[in-house]
Ligand binder design. Structure first.
Ligand code: PLP
Length: 427
C-alpha cells in the first residue's frame, strides 16, 4: 500500500467513501496520472463534475486570472464574474428562469430552492420522488430516497416532506406508460389520504434520476406533473445538479422535455471542478423572497464564478460532439446487450447512461458482483468507472465531453471483455 494511502486511512474519516486507491499526481482531459507514472481514464468524471475533462485550459486560465485580481467577496462587494455567470445562466436555462443565487454544493442549491418555494408560496409541504438524490445535509437528506443508507441512523429527518413513486419501468417490469399511470394514481392517493395539494409548495424532481440508477423521467410524467402543478399552484423544482452542463449532451435535461420547471438547482459541472452551485427562478419569485432571509459566505466565490463563465463559453462547441458520442455509445451498447445476458437494461440521455447488470433477465435480479467484476477488470486496464442505483449493479457510464471516439470504443471494449470474463467466456 502506498504511503499516501496509509496516511489517508490514518486521518481521513472513513465515512467519506473514495472509489479507488489511485493517488493523483496531476490530471488533464480524460486522464488522471498517478504518482508512479500510470495513467487512468476517468470515466467517473470526478462524480459527474469535470464534463469538459480535467483542468480544461479555458477554466484553468479563467481561474488563474481571477485569483490574481481577488479571491473572495463574502457578499460585501460586487464583482463581474458573478454577474456574468448569472447573465449567461439566464440565457441558457429555460426562459422562465431569470434570476440566480449561488452556493457551494448541490445540496445547498437544492435546499435554497426549497426554501424559496416555501417562502413565496407560504406553503410548507414538499413532494419528492422515490429514488431521488438531492444531497446529504440534514435538509437535503430528507429529500433523498435513492438509498436508505443515507438516512440510516439520522432520523428524525425534516417534516412535511412526502415521497411519491418515480417511474422505474424496467425494475417494475412495466412499460413506460404503465409506470407513469401507476405513479399518477399513487400521487392522487397521496392527495386524498396524506396531504392536500394546497399545502404543497413544490414538487422536487430530477428529470433523470442520477444516484437512484439513471432513470430518465418519461416525458408524459413530467407533462402530467406540470399540469397538476399549474392546477394547484404548486411550483416545480428540477434538480439538474447532475443532469446539467452537457451531461445529457444538451445544456440541461430541461432542453429535452416539453415540461419546464419554475425553479432549477445546478451544481457539479457548473464550474468544471471548482466548488459552485446555483439556483434560479423567475424574477417574480426571486423578488418576492425577502432580502437577507437566505444567504451565504462563500457561495458564488469569484474564482469559481470565473470558472463557470469559462465553462459556459466553452461547452456549447462540444455539445454536437457529445451527441455523436452518445449515439455511438447507445449503438454499441445495444449490441453488447444482445450479446451479454448480464445486461438487463441500457437507459439514459446523452452521455448520462446507466447499464443495469442482472443475474436473470426474467426476474431482473440485481447483480452487484457483475459490476464489481467489470469495475476491477477496467481499473486493472486503466479505466475508472463507478456505479449508481441502490443495489450497486448499474454501471454509471459518464464519459467527459472531450472523450474521443477511440477512447469511447476502448472503454466499451473493456466493459465488453470484463462482462465476457464474468460470464465465463473470456475474449
Ligand atoms: C441530483 C443531485 N442533487 C444534489 C446533489 C448533491 O450535491 P453535493 O454533493 O454537491 O452536495 C447531487 C450529488 O451527487 C446530485 O446528483
Amino acid at each position: 500500500m502506498s504511503d499516501l494511502i496509509s496516511r489517508h486511512k490514518e486521518v481521513i474519516a472513513p465515512v467519506i467513501a473514495f472509489d479507488t486507491e489511485v493517488v493523483a499526481e496531476r490530471a488533464a482531459g480524460v486522464w488522471v496520472y498517478d504518482s508512479e507514472g500510470r495513467q487512468y481514464a476517468d470515466f467517473a468524471c470526478g462524480t459527474a463534475v469535470v464534463n469538459l475533462g480535467h483542468n480544461h485550459p479555458a477554466v484553468v486560465e479563467a481561474a488563474h486570472r481571477q485569483i490574481d485580481r481577488f479571491i473572495h467577496s463574502g457578499c460585501i462587494f460586487r464583482y463581474d464574474s458573478l454577474v456574468q455567470a448569472a447573465e449567461m445562466l439566464a440565457e441558457l436555462t429555460p426562459p422562465a428562469i431569470e434570476k440566480f443565487g449561488f452556493a457551494n454544493s448541490g445540496s445547498e442549491a437544492v435546499e435554497a430552492a426549497v426554501k424559496l418555494t416555501r417562502k413565496v408560496t407560504g406553503r410548507q409541504g414538499l413532494i419528492v420522488f422515490r429514488g431521488g438524490f438531492h444531497g446529504r445535509t440534514m435538509g437535503s437528506v430528507t429529500y433523498t430516497t435513492s438509498n436508505s443508507k443515507y438516512r440510516d441512523g439520522y432520523h428524525p429527518v425534516l417534516g412535511s416532506v412526502f415521497v411519491a413513486p418515480f417511474p422505474h419501468p424496467y425494475r417494475w417490469g412495466m412499460t413506460d406508460e404503465q409506470a407513469v399511470d401507476y405513479c399518477l394514481w399513487d400521487l392522487d392517493m397521496m392527495f386524498r389520504h396524506e396531504v392536500s395539494p394546497h399545502n404543497i409548495a413544490a414538487f422536487l424532481i430530477e428529470p433523470v434520476q442520477g444516484e437512484g440508477g439513471y432513470y430518465p423521467a418519461p416525458p408524459a410524467f413530467l407533462d402530467e406533473l406540470r399540469a397538476l402543478a399549474d392546477q394547484h399552484g404548486i411550483k416545480i423544482i428540477y434538480d439538474e445538479v447532475q443532469t446539467g452542463f452537457g451531461r445529457t449532451a444538451e445544456w440541461f435535461a430541461s432542453d429535452l422535455y416539453r415540461a419546464k420547471p419554475d425553479v432549477i438547482a445546478l451544481g457539479k459541472g457548473i464550474a468544471n471542478g471548482l466548488p459552485l452551485s446555483a439556483y434560479g427562478a423567475s424574477a417574480e419569485m426571486m423578488d418576492a423572497w425577502p432580502r437577507g432571509s437566505h444567504g451565504t459566505t462563500f457561495g458564488g466565490n469569484p474564482v469559481a464564478a470565473a470558472a463557470a463563465v469559462a465553462v459556459m463559453n466553452t461547452m456549447g462547441d462540444l455539445l454536437p460532439h457529445a451527441r455523436d458520442l452518445s449515439s455511438r455509445a447507445f449503438e454499441r451498447l445495444a449490441k453488447l446487450a444482445a450479446d451479454h445476458p448480464t445486461i438487463g437494461d441500457v437507459r439514459g440521455l446523452g452521455l448520462m447512461i446507466g447499464i443495469e447488470l442482472v443475474s436473470n433477465t426474467e426476474t431482473r435480479a440485481q447483480d452487484a458482483a457483475a459490476f464489481a467484476h467489470v469495475q476491477k477488470y477496467c481499473l486493472e486496464r486503466n479505466l475508472i468507472i463507478i456505479d449508481c442505483g441502490p443495489d450497486g449493479n448499474v454501471i454509471r457510464y459518464i464519459p467527459a465531453l472531450v472523450t474521443t471516439e477511440e477512447q469511447l470504443d476502448w472503454s466499451l471494449d473493456l466493459i465488453d471483455e470484463g462482462l465476457g470474463e464474468y460470464e465465463g467466456r473470456p475474449h
